[in-house]
Design a protein around this ligand. Structure first.
Ligand code: NAP
Length: 295
């Protein structure tokens, strides 16, 4: 194996420590950032995420507000709750855990959040601000990827970046962030022709497809930096294990650096959620934003 391992767990711990410092700095002004998480239904994976978010929010010194609603909650009741959270000065960040049950319109619900409190960065205003290069709340997973890339590579200017996947949550905002850092960006998806050749152009390859170990080492340019966003549970020795979208062993033999799964992008997502909540709090109070925690 030749590649350097980009340790997302350690990086996320450093981000959380910087957030905790920022939160401590606000305490002197009597400000405590608050993050409200709304969970509708009992999806087991979502429950795990929400618990973890709540714990980490408190650990950095913020207030955590959890709203658990039954799976059959109607749209009007959910919109009512969001209106209350929008109006509550103790709440600086609002996150509605996705996916929502099928009878609820996710776009309508997300776009009801005050964009200044939209710490997931999914509100249409934040999507527009990001794509026009203006100050936005940036989606947490791509923000975490950007932080790791900047930390590892320094300037990204002029590098060839390939983003594999075009979802609204990961692929598209990742494209905007890489463009913002002056990469030459190609976005690939299920209809892309000659995918291996497209990937081989990449100095930076970000894989976000949700297909276990789809990207083998021979799709990777020697020395490239590989960010594996995929989280896929596969059968393993009578149980299961998590793997990424990249075939780690063959990729690590060729790449210059690579994020592992688990322990790469995953831990950065919640760390960036906390960073966004701190940023939203500073903006709400007209204070300078924390350095190095935004795009
Ligand atoms: P998604 O909404 O399902 O999007 C997947 C994208 O991959 C789509 O654009 C799709 O293309 C493309 N794709 C699928 N199969 C492909 C193929 N065979 N060749 C080329 N492109 C293909 O997924 P997502 O929400 O972006 O998530 C992607 C992965 O990241 C998942 O494993 C998810 O669990 C993981 N994830 C991790 C985190 C984290 O915290 N680390 C956060 C979010 C997501 P089309 O558009 O053409 O269908």
């Amino acid at each position: 194996m030749g590649a350097a391992i980009i340790d997302g767990k350690a990086f996320a711990a450093r981000v959380r420590a910087r957030v905790a410092e920022g939160v401590a700095g606000l305490a002197g002004r009597g400000i405590v950032p608050g993050l409200a998480v709304v969970l509708v239904g009992e999806d087991p994976a979502s429950q795990v995420y929400v618990r973890s978010k709540g714990r980490q929010t408190v650990e950095v010194g913020m207030r955590s507000f959890e709203h658990r609603l039954p799976a059959d909650t109607g749209e009007a009741a959910l919109l009512d709750l969001i209106a209350q959270l929008n109006a509550d000065p103790a709440v600086n960040g609002i996150l509605v855990q996705l996916p929502l049950p099928g009878h609820l319109n996710s776009d309508l619900v997300i776009n009801a959040i005050d964009p200044a409190k939209d710490v997931d960065g999914f509100h249409i205003s934040n999507v527009g601000l990001l794509s026009t290069g203006q100050k936005a709340m940036v989606p947490c997973t791509p923000l975490g990827c950007l932080m790791m890339l900047r930390d590892h590579l320094g300037s990204l200017s002029g590098l060839e970046a390939v983003v594999l996947g075009r979802s609204n949550i990961v692929g598209k905002p990742m494209v905007q962030l890489l463009l913002g850092d002056s990469c030459t960006v190609t976005v690939a998806h299920s209809r892309t022709r000659d995918l291996p050749d497209v990937c081989r152009r990449a100095d930076i390859l970000v894989a976000a497809v949700g297909r276990p170990q789809m990207v083998p080492g021979d799709w990777i340019k020697p020395g490239a930096t590989v960010i594996d966003v995929g989280i896929n549970r596969v059968a393993h020795e009578g149980g299961t294990r998590l793997v990424g979208d990249v075939d780690f062993d063959s990729a690590a033999a060729v790449a210059g650096a690579i994020t592992p799964v688990p322990g790469g992008v995953g831990p950065m997502t919640i760390a960036c959620l906390l960073a966004n909540t701190l940023t939203a709090t500073c903006r709400a109070h007209g204070l300078p934003e924390p350095e190095g925690l935004t795009a």
